[in-house]
Design a protein around this ligand. Structure first.
Ligand code: PRX
Length: 655
């Protein structure tokens, strides 16, 4: 996290740059009027908005929502019928068939390709027919475990074409994590590739799939894309090569008419307790939210290139890499590699090479690239950039200022978009051209979004001037998740019970006197490590699965590049030595159990953990020690054994 001096590096208010005027589609006045209408006349507002999509049957019902946790039900456009792949491909064919739908840039800088909407149609129809051929039918869950190659998007769209529900699992997750996700949604089909490549290193995707299937069971068929050509294991009768099946199927596949409330996809995300939840999004509301927010926030015109650097394993890769751009018929860039390969100028090289107009990335990447110096950016022609976006975590003012000055040359607005897997798309963000920017502020609510602040007891914190509290949303919006797959009770408990009848985001926020919103970070036991969400409970349970571990507690602490780092307190079983080897082994163990994103940064061996007399671990104290705020430990008198804390403080690893 930045120290105090970093806050001096960004101005408090950055007016909309004059250079942006030619691109701006929404003035402040227009935003205010549309926002007012979205709140005061929602039915009229959404009746107009839903024209953004092509419906097989246009809905007449707008919303039917009950946020009472005992009767929780959320429906939007319930009598509407449509197909997502039709909206993302077919309807553009007449006018934009030869426009580039996606540009692919390989990990190897020598590899790239461009796929037009017509070609996309062909690929997606074929893959949809391949899925049918291996037995996938409407409503089936299909797990995707893919590298960032065009086939990943074909696979998502192919599922939507036939009404199958995709569940994309990030390619960096371990076989165990993949197995858990396959099992949870009883997925009988997996789409993968032989290998992925990132930073010139192979990722054994198919091998991981084979191991995951051994653990999870129940998988009937695997469709495998040949990407690197590596030798891989093969199960006859279960595994199918995409490049072989594609020759056997028709290039036409009629889009399946789907009800607006039919499930579209499941995406697993971490919460404060238990295993990751399957966030379920449905067809009509999600697609409209993706299409509307993409268009409103990024204002991408035909012929422009939009680059979202997120992996499709995360929600940003769903909404702003895939569905938002394609529903709007523009060009999306798919990048297979990492920002630092072959050199730490790869992002800038790609922006220059493909003449990227809008770049949407995460603060963690910016912080890492900022360290490499300005010369790497300045070596490339970035004059095509007109707008920059940030997502995933609060952006510190120093990174904001660097992004604005060095990358955007002072002429590009920065849209700092706050949202969540659960919200489907942007919720609080400035609109370029409409809002003067405040570095670090997510700024203003999207149309239809009514944010509010509550205190610990659920009382609204209201009034003029600056306010701080827990961030809740007061009314439903089309892109809202509909349930936790297979566990509606958990959905109600997690989001609607803390503050009855309100959607609780899990984030803290501040609203300043100008009514700009600032997200201050999670207020629950969820970590945000390099923009990736991790539950402390998941890491703890991975640690205690190790034979030598008796107990573990995990907290976050400020980390310069990652935003938050993973700090683990571990009590070993009696007789086991807390050695450097054991530390390395535990780090490797968590990597193996969950995936590299969860690798602990710090392991502190602790003879005991601080607990209340009723046996509850005092996380507040553990957080303070991890943050090195040793004079802010607070009252330790309620602890069962106060001496435990002294020991932790005395033995805190340095650095
Ligand atoms: O804490 C907030 C943070 O990321 C969380 C959501 O994570 P996830 O579901 O993985 O989605 C990430 C991509 C949308 C939020 O609860 N977060 C996301 N965007 C921002 C942010 N925090 C501050 N500013 C943001 N722009």
């Amino acid at each position: 996290m930045p120290d105090e001096s970093h806050f001096a590096t960004a101005p408090e208010l950055v007016p909309v740059p004059d250079d942006y005027a030619p691109y701006s589609r929404t003035s402040l006045k227009q935003y205010q009027e549309r926002y007012r209408r979205s709140i005061e006349e929602p039915d009229a507002f959404w009746t107009e908005e839903l024209r953004r999509l092509d419906w097989i049957k246009t809905p007449t019902e707008i919303s039917n929502v009950n946020w009472d946790p005992d009767n929780l039900s959320i429906e939007w456009f319930a009598d509407g019928v449509l197909n997502v792949s039709y909206n993302c491909i077919d309807r553009h064919l007449d006018q934009r068939g030869n426009d580039v739908a996606l540009i692919w840039e390989g990990d190897n800088p020598g590899l790239h390709s461009a796929i037009t909407y017509r070609q996309l149609h062909n690929h997606v129809c074929r893959m949809a027919n391949e899925l049918k051929k291996i037995g996938v039918t409407k409503g089936d869950r299909v797990t995707l475990y893919m590298p960032m190659i065009p086939e990943a998007l074909y696979a998502m769209l192919a599922c939507t074409r036939i009404g199958a529900v995709h569940s994309v699992v990030f390619g960096g997750f371990s076989p165990d994590s993949l197995a858990g996700r396959i099992k949870d949604c009883e997925s009988e089909f997996v789409i993968t590739a032989d290998q992925g490549v990132r930073g010139n290193k192979p990722i054994p995707l198919k091998e991981n799939v084979d191991r995951a299937i051994e653990i999870a069971g129940g998988v009937k068929a695997v469709l495998c894309v040949r990407h690197t050509g590596a030798d891989i294991g093969w199960v006859e009768g279960r595994d199918f090569w995409h490049h072989e099946l594609t020759l056997q199927v028709d290039a036409n596949c009629p889009p399946e008419p789907m009800n607006a409330e039919d499930p579209l996809f499941i995406l697993y995300t971490s919460g404060s307790t238990g295993k990751p939840k399957g966030v379920l999004h449905t067809t009509g509301g999600y697609l409209l939210w993706a299409a509307m927010t993409f268009d409103t926030v990024f204002e991408v015109e035909r012929g422009e290139v939009f680059w979202c650097t997120a992996d499709i394993g995360w929600v940003t890769g769903h909404t702003y890499l895939t569905y938002g751009p394609l529903a709007n018929g523009v060009t999306t860039l798919v990048f297979e590699g990492i920002p630092t390969y072959p050199k730490a100028d790869r992002f800038w090289e790609v922006c220059d090479k493909h003449k990227v107009n809008v770049l949407y990335t995460a603060p963690t990447a910016l912080r890492a690239l900022m360290r490499e110096g300005d010369a790497l950016v300045e070596a490339h022609d970035l004059s095509s950039l007109r707008l920059l976006g940030s997502v995933g975590e609060p952006i510190n003012p120093e990174a904001w200022a660097w992004y604005h000055r060095v990358v955007g040359k002072g002429k590009c607005p920065i849209v700092d978009t706050w949202w969540q897997t659960e919200t489907g798309g942007c919720m609080i963000t400035p609109l370029p051209g409409a809002h003067d920017l405040k570095p670090g502020a997510a700024s203003k609510p999207m149309y239809g979004i009514e944010p509010a602040l509550v205190d610990g007891e659920g009382h609204f914190i209201e009034g003029e001037g600056e306010l701080t509290g827990n961030l809740v949303i007061k009314r439903s919006w089309p892109g809202q998740m509909r349930t936790v797959y297979g566990d509606h009770k958990r959905f109600a408990e997690t989001y609607f019970s803390t503050y009855r009848g309100l959607y609780f985001t899990g984030d803290g926020a501040r609203r300043d006197a100008d009514h700009y919103w600032w997200i201050t970070g999670r207020v629950d036991d969820v970590l945000n490590v390099s923009g990736h969400r991790l539950g402390t409970a998941e890491i703890e349970s991975a640690l205690v699965e190790h034979v030598d571990v008796a107990e573990a507690a995990v907290v976050g602490y400020p980390h310069d590049i990652k935003g938050q780092g993973v700090y683990c307190y571990v009590t070993l079983n009696a007789g086991v030595e807390p050695t450097a080897e054991m530390e390395a082994e535990l780090k490797a163990h968590v990597r193996k159990e969950i995936g590299p994103v969860a690798t602990p940064d710090v392991i502190q061996f602790a003879p005991a953990l601080p607990k209340t007399r009723s046996g509850k671990i005092m996380r507040r104290i553990l957080r303070k020690i991890a943050e090195n705020q040793l004079d802010a430990l607070g009252d330790t008198s309620t602890l069962a054994e106060p001496g435990v804390v002294d020991d932790l403080v005395a033995n805190r690893p340095q650095g």
